[in-house]
Design a protein around this ligand. Structure first.
Ligand SMILES: [Zn+2]
Length: 154
């Protein structure tokens, strides 16, 4: 996988890319490198600079209301427990939200809130070529939800 100089530059920028887990970093590098160049350029070098942080508490996409505008993507640490392909799918989905201009969304609560925005992000991530990874991540979510329901019933 070739990664563009701008992607490598972003990943080594400790101010903008505060992700310490190696597997999450690898997934980020893969997604950013596979994105259409116009999209990665817009995300990394656009008017609203992208910051990515790893958090144990929040996940999803948040835009802070600074006058200059910046975009903050928080990735939950629990992501690292998933297979790499699923992390790639989830990161692609979150970046699709950003590319679509969606704000304040999270992977948690997916399918419950604002379904249209979720489907739009899924569709764009698939268009970028992340269909397999995204399906794997979504199916795992569905299985987890189903087993939680079974536990509640029994
Ligand atoms: Zn979403």
């Amino acid at each position: 996988m070739k990664s563009l100089p701008s992607v490598r530059h972003f990943l080594s920028d400790k101010e903008r890319c505060r992700v310490s887990d190696r597997r999450i970093r690898r997934a980020l590098e893969e997604v950013l490198s596979r994105l259409p160049e116009v999209v990665s350029q817009a995300l990394l070098n656009g008017e609203r600079p992208l910051y990515i942080v790893q958090s144990s508490r929040i996940g999803g996409v948040v835009t802070l209301g600074f006058p200059s505008g910046l975009t903050l993507l928080t990735l939950n640490e629990a992501l690292k427990e998933r297979p790499l392909g699923q992390i790639v799918g989830i990161v692609a989905h979150e970046l699709a939200h950003l590319a679509l201009g969606h704000r304040f969304v999270s992977w948690e609560g997916k399918r419950k809130l604002r379904l249209r925005g979720e489907y739009e992000a899924d569709a764009l991530a698939c268009q970028w070529g992340f269909q397999g990874e995204l399906m794997a991540a979504l199916l795992t979510g569905v299985e987890e939800e189903a087993s939680r329901r079974r536990e509640r019933v029994s």
